[in-house]
Design a protein around this ligand. Structure first.
Ligand code: AMP
Length: 567
């Protein structure tokens, strides 16, 4: 198949916003694809030439792509950069430049899907020294033969931002539609084998029976069970007949696989992080008695001296690390708090109650105090005892509690109310001032896409940075009270005081109310504090900047957050 045909389909998908119509387009394509090409097409539609858990990454940043575009078209990198700053999308920049510059057709060969696919894989596989140049040459090789539209999508795929609005749910529905298999069978097999390229092949060749035979396999991640939000602790306790309360640790979920002496570690988003955590692999090898198992826990960084949990930011410096892994393991040791077992010695435990899964977990794990241990748990329906436990979790610097139904089975993927409920303190909204912004890219090109928030410093009248706001601001209005990026940009543009790259400094005039998950200490923001996941609530036109919340208020809320009981 020609890549230009796929580029047409990408464009059609990009222009269509209705999910159903998108599904139809994909389903038609999958139906017409020959078996050997089907898995590649599915991966290309999702936008990566590898399944999610593959350790391979494209590893091409904007700067390298700018050089590749400039080389393939024969213009200066500064020209590409200038156009990119104007359009905000390197794919479209390449398309525009290709369109302007007519190529000598003699040199051009037709790009096929197979060629592009193999080339994309090669880009990701260059890792030794000189890899950046080789990556760039591979991209240049594709771009040299690409037409404008093909260039748009090659560039975006290499940058891992295809932006055609094809979520995995649409691919799931399209596979069901194309091969006449039940959508539930597609979803169930995918949760055990989360790679739609393979699932589509099985659906086509073996139908529903084939899908039902898909099994969990050690070394391949599974889709995990998620939690629902509970309004408060009391409601969570009342939700289940047999609740088990656990600390909700503020770390990284780890799916630990063991087969003999071999260990794999996956994140909740299926990334393979085994190489970044040799220390955890070692703990798992010592701590898991079973030969074969998949267990889950929350990973925390701990202080090497005091052994107390450290903030998530410390752990995050280890997650994607490729170099200096051994030293990082010494400087920032980890602790895992185990809470589930999903596979033991050949048995899939999805259809087993939590109570039984916990028994299995206890049976197969030999805890290593402080390093490889069980999550703290309390089984009670008594509100007073539960509140004490909740307070203890917050005092220990953790996020809150998970309230789990001991009778529930393991349902991967969905946030189902029957299984786990999370209880976290509700934080009071803050009124903050916009002191800066960043020009948006992609769908947000031409608008100020995210805003730097500032809190008031009493005494000096200055505003100190305390977070980045992007969530809650709309691209289009769907409710009367929505504030669009366009409106906000129009309001902020006259207040721009200076620019640095794609960032602008803004005169502190506009006050916004924001909600957030939590306040954290921050080494990067000038206030020393950062709001976690700030979300726009509304404009506070009634408030002057000097009436915005102060640094002192943030400090006070941080203290309350630490000691907060049930609310
Ligand atoms: P959330 O990400 O807020 O939806 O909360 C769910 C996440 O909490 C899980 O994916 C885990 O990473 C994390 N977590 C922390 N402690 C626990 C626990 N005891 N049981 C289950 N998940 C936990």
């Amino acid at each position: 198949m020609r890549y230009s045909r796929l580029a047409d389909i990408y464009e059609e998908l990009e222009k269509t916003s209705a999910k159903l119509a998108k599904k139809d387009i994909i389903s038609k394509l999958l139906k017409s694809a020959p078996s050997e090409q089907l898995p590649r097409l599915v991966l290309l539609l999702i936008g990566r030439p590898f399944p999610a858990w593959s350790e391979e990454k494209m590893g091409v940043a904007n700067q390298l792509m700018i050089r590749a575009i400039s080389k393939s078209i024969g213009v200066k990198p500064s020209e590409v950069t200038r156009k990119f700053n104007e359009i905000g999308d390197l794919g479209k920049t390449a398309e525009w430049m290709k369109g302007k510059k007519k190529q000598r057709t003699l040199m051009k060969k037709e790009l096929t899907v197979d060629f592009v696919f193999k080339n994309l894989q090669s880009v990701a596989r260059q890792s030794e020294s000189g890899s950046q140049e080789r990556k760039m040459n591979l991209v240049v090789e594709m771009l040299a033969h690409a037409g404008p539209k093909e260039a748009r999508y090659i560039v975006r795929t290499v940058l891992e931002e295809l932006r055609i609005g094809v979520a995995e749910g649409i691919v799931r529905d399209a596979i069901s539609d194309a091969f006449g298999v039940d959508v539930k069978a597609v979803e169930a097999s995918w949760s055990l084998y989360p790679d739609y390229s393979e699932i589509s092949r099985i659906a086509k060749e073996k139908g529903e029976d084939g899908l039902k035979k898909v099994r969990m396999e050690i070394g391949r991640p599974i889709i995990v069970l998620l939690a629902e939000k509970a309004p408060d602790l009391k409601a969570a306790l009342e939700a289940y007949e047999h609740p088990a309360l656990e600390f909700k640790y503020d770390g990284m979920r780890a799916q630990i696989h063991k087969k003999g002496d071999k260990i794999w570690i996956f994140t909740r988003r299926l990334e393979n992080v085994t190489k970044a955590f040799p220390d955890l692999a070692d703990l798992a090898r010592r701590g898991i008695k079973a030969k074969d198992a998949i267990i889950e826990g929350e990973l925390l960084a701990i202080d090497p001296k005091t052994h107390r949990p450290m903030p998530f930011q410390m752990l995050s410096t280890r997650i994607k690390r490729k170099h200096g892994v051994e030293k990082a393991a010494k400087d920032i040791p980890v602790q895992v708090n185990l809470f589930d077992a999903v596979y033991v010695e050949g048995r899939n435990l999805f259809d087993t109650s939590l109570e039984k899964r916990m028994e299995e977990l206890k049976r197969i794990v030999r805890p290593i105090e402080g390093r490889f241990q069980f999550a703290r748990q309390l089984r009670t329906k008594d509100l007073e005892k539960a509140e004490k436990f909740y307070k203890a979790a917050l005092e220990a610097g953790q996020e809150g509690l998970m309230v789990k139904n001991l009778d529930a089975l393991y349902v991967p993927g969905r946030r189902v109310a029957g299984g786990w409920l999370k209880v976290k303190p509700v934080m009071e909204n803050l009124d903050l001032v916009i002191v800066g912004a960043v020009w948006g890219t992609g769908k947000r090109a031409g608008w100020l896409g995210s805003m730097v928030l500032g809190c008031r410093e009493p005494g000096t009248g200055k505003f100190l940075e305390c977070g980045m706001l992007g969530t809650g601001l709309k691209e289009k209005k769907s409710k009367e009270e929505d504030v669009t990026l366009e409106q906000l940009t129009a309001m902020l543009k006259p207040l721009i005081e200076g620019e640095k790259g794609n960032q602008v400094m803004i005169k502190p005039k506009v006050v916004v109310e924001v909600a957030y998950e939590e306040i954290q200490k921050s080494p990067t923001y000038s206030s020393g504090w950062a709001l976690r996941f700030p979300r726009f609530i509304r404009l506070r036109k009634d408030k002057a900047p000097q009436q915005a919340d102060s640094l002192e208020r943030i400090k006070a809320l941080y203290k309350i957050q630490k000691g907060k009981g049930s609310k």
